[in-house]
Design a protein around this ligand. Sequence first.
Ligand code: 5GP
Length: 116
Amino acid sequence: MLDDVFCKIVSGEIKADIVYKDNDFWVIKDINPQAPVHLLIIPAKHFTSLEDFMEGENDGLLGRAFVVAHKVAHKAGIAEKGYRLILNEGEDGGKLVPHLHIHLLGGKKLGPKIVK
Ligand code: 5GP
């Protein structure tokens, strides 16, 4: 386990509001929600970035992240009306936590812009 906040959540060192968990993924509520539903899909194993992810034997894991995202969107009651998935990568992408994760946002009609 590394020192980032999501590794600390997976190891139990930091508490989080967990909405879904399996062997490969955790889904938690974002601590600073930007929409009525704002969840984070987090691989339990540490990957810093997509680059890092591509280097290992991780066949199918990224695809499964999207299946998990849709599953939790259903669970949150927003699958039918829709939601947005965002993956921030690197400094220009605005990534703050160096542990690969996907944002799931919804629960209201989101604006047309994804960049500001
Ligand atoms: P990034 O900019 O890296 O894509 O987004 C990181 C996200 O993690 C942010 O939306 C931030 O609010 C969330 N976050 C940071 N620290 C914590 C934490 O300790 N707990 C939870 N639940 N979310 C966090």
